[in-house]
Design a protein around this ligand. Structure first.
Ligand code: AVJ
Ligand code: FE
Length: 430
């Protein structure tokens, strides 16, 4: 219940705007915020009231209106949506009945065991808060309405740019984490060859070198689909960046224009930009298996942990999560969050693109509904890992898998690079 209450406080803060702002379509990529508000409540009604507690519907008539698969985001402002006051009241009414039902009945079903469905709904609300509502705030024009203290500005420089992860048979995914969603299951072992991975996410400073070296003008650095997109969309720099006449770079962040900080992770790049940068750097993006190996595998203990630093819940010393700040911290800001091998900032700051498409793990079973993961498998998506500064800890762990289209960059997406370990010539010869 604490997770649900925290989610609702955040939703309230993200919808503390006047009615025009809440019903406006700020971008064709996003719903009006008032849609998200009622969709969150409708999802909670379906799963916590009707399915988990077996209670009567509050507003079954709203199921169709707030079904994300029936209405594309760009069309939602034209629907007969609840107005902001009605949406808030609907969300409050559902929550009040959920609280009551929790005190009265205790079903033990697969859905409710270990609090799974309550965690699922808290994660659902937080995912909308981070990935749709916070992104809508970033896309919205006008004066700032969100405020937070600056993320840490000092970091301990890493001793090496890359970390070698030795080969091993590692555990990927989980069968025991009570809050794991269906696509994180089941746990399975994978033989992972040794590889190198960047110690920290790619910074704005490094990314500026790629731009200065003509990275956006050299088709050989881009995949075919990436170059086509780069030309069609006119990409020249990360989204929300502008270059002044004097050559300085600025970026708009939640309505405030700030200088691009060289030692912060780059954010608002699409998969294709990350992929081109990696080629320019003589590297590649990690697969999601490699990313999870770096984030969870403890070679000394030969086991996988929930987070890079172990199994304890994330605190402010471990990672930049939970919208405590409105942007990523500088690299090196979270030494306490490093993995046993010394890889830093895998959790928090920016979602990290991987080279992997979104596919089921061996033995996958859709639960509790096909539309969470299964219908997206095999589509035009790439997996992102690790969570951003806006991700709540309830929806962030080493096994958590996010996905989006490779052209999307309004999300809080960055990346780090990896590479194969070169085979020494004397070994290759024999
Ligand atoms: C996991 C972020 C891709 O936004 O489509 C929200 C999360 N699923 N409501 C999405 C989700 C249903 C999902 N992502
Ligand atoms: Fe949803």
């Amino acid at each position: 219940m604490r997770d649900l209450a925290r989610a609702r406080a955040r939703t309230a803060a993200l919808t503390d705007l006047d009615a025009d702002d809440l019903t406006a379509q700020h971008s064709p990529l996003m719903s009006p915020l008032v849609w998200d508000l009622a969709h969150i409540a409708n999802q909670e009604e379906r799963w916590l009231l009707r399915e988990a507690a077996g209670l009567d519907a509050e507003r079954r008539d709203l199921d169709e209106l707030y079904d994300a698969f029936r209405h594309p985001r760009a069309t939602r402002s034209g629907l007969p949506l609840l107005d902001p006051e009605q949406a808030r009241r609907y969300a409050d009414d559902v929550r009040a009945r959920v609280s009551e039902s929790l005190e009265r009945c205790r079903f033990d079903t697969e859905l409710t065991r270990d609090g799974f469905v309550y965690s699922m709904i808290a994660q659902h609300e937080q995912q909308h808060d981070d990935e749709t509502m916070l992104a809508t705030h970033q896309l919205r024009s006008g004066p700032p309405v969100l405020f937070a203290p600056d993320a840490p500005r000092t970091g301990r420089p890493a001793e090496t740019d890359e970390i070698t992860v030795p080969a091993g048979e590692v555990e990927i995914g989980t069968s025991t984490d009570p809050s794991a969603l269906d696509n994180e299951r089941p746990a399975h072992r994978v033989q992972v060859p040794a590889f190198r991975i960047d110690t920290v996410p790619v910074t704005n400073g490094r990314y500026l070198e790629f731009i200065a070296d003509g990275g956006y003008d050299r088709p050989e650095l881009w995949s075919e689909a990436g170059w086509e997109h780069r030309v069609r969309a006119g990409l020249e720099a990360p989204q929300f960046w502008t270059c002044e006449h004097d050559g300085t770079w600025w970026r708009r962040r939640f309505g405030v224009t700030v200088p691009v900080q060289p030692d912060e992770p780059v954010v608002h790049v699409c998969f294709h930009e990350a992929d081109a940068y990696a080629r320019w750097a003589g590297k590649r993006l990690p697969t999601e298996i490699e990313w999870e190996t770096a984030a969870r595998w403890n070679p000394g203990e030969q086991r996988s942990t929930r987070y890079p630093w172990g199994d304890t819940d994330p605190g402010p010393e471990h990672a930049n999560l939970g919208q405590r700040h409105l942007g990523p911290a500088v690299v090196g800001a979270y030494p306490a969050g490093a993995s046993p091998l010394g890889v830093q900032q895998l959790i928090g700051d920016v979602w990290e693109w991987t080279s992997s498409g979104f596919e089921p793990y061996p033995g996958f079973r859709a639960f509790p509904y096909r539309e969470y993961s299964e219908v997206f498998f095999g589509g035009d998506y790439r997996v992102l890992r690790g969570g951003s500064f806006g991700t709540d800890p309830v929806a962030c762990r080493g096994t958590f898998r996010n996905w989006d289209h490779p052209i999307r960059r309004q999300i809080f997406s960055g990346f780090r690079c990896a590479r194969d370990i070169p085979v020494p010539p004397d070994v290759a010869d024999v």
